[in-house]
Design a protein around this ligand. Structure first.
Ligand SMILES: Cc1cc2nc3c(=O)[nH]c(=O)nc-3n(C[C@H](O)[C@H](O)[C@H](O)COP(=O)(O)O)c2cc1C
Length: 204
């Protein structure tokens, strides 16, 4: 089904939620036959901030071995899944900073027709999930990417809370995902690979 789709799953996570979502997406995309890279964006916060939050410090240490995304990864992949926590209803600055290094690739047309889908987390059920995804997708439109949002294409989306823009999760104070999102993440990843395979085949 995948037609050798190359998928980069790119995430930012302070306390592990979006890492978990990236890992669920990885499992599903691999099952769909894609060649997958899971990549974090570079942490830009000062060490003092990271160390002030034990959960952040723990996750930072635990994911030191995860490769950091580079522009070469964007060039390599046919499709991207981005996963991000909201920051006051918007894209976290760490991810935004990486996005803002893509001008060169963009000007060479290398981001055109990449298939993109995005996922999000927040501390509250209405904490800015949809707005964060919309902000992110605005940038994807400027890239000339093809947005492969989930819509209502699978029952798992309703089970997760019914966000058609991308799977969204809510995290409790103790860092647990409170909604039933694993199925929706896996569906979103599979759908992204499938759409990317259609686009790829269509260009051959
Ligand atoms: C600076 C900052 C701003 C945040 N803004 C919001 C917000 O507006 N609404 C909300 O529900 N959660 C907000 N949160 C909570 C995070 O979205 C939540 O901790 C995150 O989704 C957990 O993902 P992670 O474990 O991958 O880091 C904020 C957290 C931080 C640190």
């Amino acid at each position: 089904m995948s037609n050798d789709v190359k998928l980069a799953i790119i995430y930012y996570s302070s306390t592990g939620t979006n890492y978990q979502m990236a890992k669920w997406a990885e499992a599903s995309a691999k099952e769909a036959g894609a060649d997958v890279r899971v990549l974090k964006v570079e942490e830009l916060a000062p060490m003092a901030a990271i160390e002030s939050n034990p959960a952040w410090k723990k996750h930072y240490e635990e994911t030191k071995e995860v490769p950091t995304v580079t522009l070469e990864d964007l060039d390599w992949a046919d499709a991207y899944i981005f996963s991000m926590p909201t920051r006051f209803g918007n894209v976290p600055s760490q991810l935004k900073q990486f996005i803002d290094t893509t001008g060169g690739l963009w000007s060479q047309g290398k981001l055109t027709n990449k298939v993109v889908s995005a996922m999000v987390s927040a501390g509250n059920p209405n904490g800015g999930q949809e707005q964060t995804l919309q902000s992110f997708y605005t940038t994807m439109m400027h890239w000339g990417a093809i947005i492969a949002n989930p819509g209502y294409t699978d029952p798992s989306i309703y089970a997760a809370g019914g966000n058609p823009y991308g799977t969204s999760v809510t995290v409790s104070q103790d860092g647990k995902i409170v909604n039933d999102a694993e199925g929706a993440v896996k569906h979103q990843a599979k759908r992204t690979v499938q759409i990317a395979s259609w686009i790829k085949k269509g260009q051959q």
